[in-house]
Design a protein around this ligand. Structure first.
Ligand code: SF4
Length: 90
């Protein structure tokens, strides 16, 4: 029961946005960008944009999937298995 005159006030959520990196759509361009780094949390996976450290135009945790990005730079070499996202069904 709510007290009379009491109005709920939304509390800003300082957590990074939940990603869909493990839910089938993947991180998009961040997957093979040299500035992207996969961060495994207790219950979620996030993609950290390391460009955000030096360039305020980039979000620390971009909304995924990133379909195009002016900061994208291709990573050299193959994509490591831990960056590739969920395995495809057999
Ligand atoms: S520069 Fe763009 S593509 Fe690369 S990690 Fe950051 S947001 Fe993703």
């Amino acid at each position: 029961m709510r007290a009379a005159g009491w109005t709920p006030v939304p509390v800003p959520d300082s957590r990074p946005p939940a990603t869909d990196g493990d839910e089938g759509t993947g991180p998009g361009r961040c997957l093979d960008c040299r500035h992207g780094r996969r961060v495994q949390g207790a219950r979620s996976t996030f993609w950290l944009c390391q460009r955000s450290r030096t360039d305020p135009r980039f979000s620390r945790y971009p909304r995924l999937p990133v379909l195009s990005c002016p900061g994208y730079e291709a990573r050299e070499g193959p994509i490591a298995a831990d960056r590739a996202g969920p395995a495809s069904p057999p």
